[in-house]
Design a protein around this ligand. Structure first.
Ligand SMILES: Nc1ncnc2c1ncn2[C@@H]1O[C@H](COP(=O)(O)OP(=O)(O)OP(=O)(O)O)[C@@H](O)[C@H]1O
Length: 218
């Protein structure tokens, strides 16, 4: 059974032109699906539809075996699918890195001690241990990006939805992120303009153009 199954999705922002027309998408367990496509093609919009932050005007979203329509249906989807936003400032709001990474696990009902153990483990895996007590809003763009990825991994989602994960990362950090992502068992959708990144990480690539998804040979 696919983890996500979107069928013939249509979407336009209020008063705007159509952004998505007849987009169908499947995500199978273990897959790392990359989505390429020009600026403004609707890639972020599609990720937001997958977790119910936006609702399509037509078409259906099935996730984790059930059709999801109402806001309440998407609460479970957002717990099982972790979205890393394109802009880290939309995601980080705590004073320190440790608190930002602990926020998700605490919200899922972990104790303070359990959450802190998860924080240490995730930061270690990403080699970000030195950032633990740093003030989040004083981090660089690339550092913030890594912390948002840590924060989502800390929630142990079944699916990762990553919007431009390699944005603002230097070569060495990007290589480390590629290694981390390819080592994870989770299925993921990677929206990325970065072709070498897609080639290294994705098991399949689609391009969103003119409101439609098409196969590409990356
Ligand atoms: N909140 C909004 N209200 C109105 N229009 C919007 C809104 N958000 C995005 N758009 C428009 O919808 C279209 C798709 O935007 P989206 O951010 O999904 O594209 P994208 O493919 O992720 O682009 P990029 O590669 O530049 O990040 C664009 O034309 C954008 O201007």
């Amino acid at each position: 059974m696919p983890l996500f199954d979107l069928r013939e999705i249509h979407f336009a922002y209020r008063g705007g032109p159509p952004v998505l027309s007849e987009v169908s998408l499947n995500l199978e367990p273990g897959e790392r699906l990359a989505i390429a496509g020009p600026n403004g093609a609707g890639k972020s919009t599609l990720l937001h539809i997958m977790v119910g932050l936006l609702r399509p005007s037509r078409g259906s979203v099935h996730a984790f075996g059930e059709e999801r329509r109402a806001e309440a249906d998407f609460h479970e989807v957002r717990r099982l699918a972790g979205l890393v936003f394109q802009d880290p400032d939309d995601q980080l709001f705590c004073p320190t890195v440790a608190e930002d990474v602990a926020f998700g696990p605490l919200n899922l009902g972990k104790s303070r001690a359990e959450a802190m153990a998860i924080v240490d483990d995730v930061l270690d895996r990403l080699r970000l241990g030195d950032f633990r007590n740093r003030v989040t809003h004083k981090l660089s763009g690339g550092e913030k990006r890594l912390i948002t990825i840590a924060a989502v991994l800390a929630m142990e989602p079944e699916v990762l939805l990553l919007d431009e994960p390699s944005n603002a990362l230097d070569e060495e950090t990007c290589a480390r992120l590629m290694e981390i992502l390819t080592g994870l068992p989770q299925a993921m959708v990677l929206v990325s303009h970065d072709r070498p990144f897609r080639e290294a990480v994705a098991t399949r690539t689609l391009a969103l153009r003119g409101g439609r998804l098409e196969a590409v040979s990356d």
